[in-house]
Design a protein around this ligand. Structure first.
Ligand code: NAP
Length: 234
């Protein structure tokens, strides 16, 4: 078993995921960039500093998730940090009256089901990790409290991130007694293809997520729904 800390980032080949891979590699982690297009992933990984390995993963396909974790386990025998970053914000989400019926289920499949499948497949290897942690990238849009006072116009996305928060709390019931901490940081608006032009850079978003990850691995943060300005109301 390697003593170097390792981390798996889903949706690692662009946006926040790519920035997370880069910063983790700079910090000395061995990084597993999980992505759907491995050819594109490899060419990006070559340009990153440090050790970045690419593994194929579609988070909505359980066999793909299991195979990816087998690759990680075969090489490393453990997982120290899992970042469930892959996510979608479907177009047309502000118009629930007209959006296709499948849109909600498709969004839940990636943003909630995907995170669940990856945690399940990673579970045996997280138990062997050093100060292991699970980071589920959430969003202020998942806040029931904030939506109750000011609706955010994204039915599928908001529903999925609220569900991701609950999924995280449910997993914490199993993970916490084993010393595996979990948190749900929101990077806030970023300039990614999901985000908006006046948002922060993906690198700034990654720094917020990785600060939460660091505190989580130190056992100073658990079950936390947190943004750049501190806890987000549930
Ligand atoms: N952007 C924001 O302002 C913002 C704000 C708060 C929270 N977040 C959260 O931050 C995370 C990353 O967002 P982003 O802005 O970086 O979005 P992005 O640029 O759209 O990237 C999304 C990533 O998810 C991957 N992905 C989508 N479906 C997948 C699937 N079925 N299997 C595996 N990977 C899949 C994409 O891979 P492909 O390249 O293969 O499509 C891509 O790497 C998301 O969880 C998002 O909800 C974003």
């Amino acid at each position: 078993m390697t003593t170097q800390s390792n981390a798996l980032v889903t949706g690692g080949s662009r946006g926040l995921g790519l920035a997370l891979c880069k910063q983790l590699a700079q910090e000395g982690f061995k990084v597993w960039m999980a992505c759907r297009d491995t050819a594109a992933g490899r060419s990006l990984a070559q340009r990153l500093p440090g050790e970045v390995a690419v593994v194929e993963m579609d988070v909505t396909v359980p066999d793909s998730v299991k195979k990816a974790l087998q690759v990680v386990a075969l090489a490393d025998d453990k997982l120290d940090l899992l970042i469930n970053n892959a996510g979608i914000y479907p177009s047309g989400d502000e118009y629930p009256q007209t959006q296709p019926e499948s849109l909600l289920m498709d969004t839940l499949a990636v943003n909630v089901g995907g995170a669940h499948s990856v945690i399940q497949a990673a579970f045996p290897w997280l138990q062997l990790g050093q100060n292991p942690a699970v980071v589920n990238v959430s969003s202020g849009y998942g806040s029931l409290a904030l939506n109750a006072v000011q609706h955010m116009d994204a039915l599928c996305y908001c529903t999925s991130k609220a569900a991701l928060n609950m999924l995280s709390l449910q997993w914490s019931r199993v993970l916490t007694p084993l010393g595996i901490h979990i948190c749900m940081p929101s990077p806030g608006w970023m300039r990614t293809s999901m985000g908006r032009a006046d948002g922060k850079s993906p690198e700034q978003g990654a720094a917020i997520v990785l600060e939460a990850a660091r505190l989580c691995r130190q056992g100073r943060l658990n079950k936390a729904y947190i943004g750049e300005n501190g806890p987000i109301p549930w």
